[in-house]
Design a protein around this ligand. Sequence first.
Ligand code: SAM
Length: 284
Amino acid sequence: MPFKLKKSRMNINEIDRGKIANKKFGQNFLEDESVLEQIIQAMPDDNLPVVEIGPGLGDLTKKLVQVRQVVAFEVDDRLCLYLKKLFSQEIADGKLQLICGDVLEQWTKGSLLEYSYHLVANLPYYIATTIILKALRDENCKSTLTMVQKEVANKFSALVDDRNFSALSVLAQSAGEAQISLLVPPQAFNPAPKVDSAVLKIQKTDTLKDNRFEDFLKVAFKQPRKTLIKNLSSLYPKSTIETLFQRLALERTIRPHQVETMLYHQIYYELTKEYTYGKESKNF
Ligand code: SAM
């Protein structure tokens, strides 16, 4: 169903969100006023500018521009045109910079912006993990507060020994501290997604710098129910790993989710001292 931006249809309340939503771009518009408000309340209390990825119909953007300088990236041309009109005053006042296009195409180098910022967004779920990992690798990004699929939030925020503790948890803990700020049911959106959602907050204290550590983790967690030794033995001789585990007082039967983040760094460091690992892969 084409979405025409006739002047008579510029009132946001008149828009049929269900009809406008384009699945291809992961469009589930957040309507619940209290959830929007809680996102604003959960923002870090400094004055850094905010990046919003996917402003959609501008409900969160409206609240963000009241409290911060905002740079928003929107891929959907129809929505971009709509937002330009809706926020013409804020754009003219310099409170909002609206960039039309795919944020991933703009984020090819390490940093999305040349200055420090926080990421606050109701993310398109099909690229949420990719975006959060990019933010963890971006030294100008100081924190992320993002609506994601609950399952993804669980993976980023899990603690060691939790069955959700994963490569994503280790990466989040390597960059800072991750926690779920609130759980959000499908009814908070229009159209409602098929999954539960959660607002995930990652307060960064560091930046991910080593792609090879990420690749190492991908192998370490490849078969989560197998032992860590078994998974790592696709990269290094089993005897070397066993000797190292003995030295670190790690059980031979330990599973990937039972190993602390600091130990992953130590295992990686010790093994790469002797062996070079060169394959690159980015999908988790
Ligand atoms: N922020 C709005 C809200 O809370 O209602 C919309 C959120 S909706 C889940 C995701 C938004 O991200 C949509 O507006 C979609 O068009 C946009 N989007 C999807 N892929 C994108 C990309 N690669 N770059 C920029 N925006 C994207």
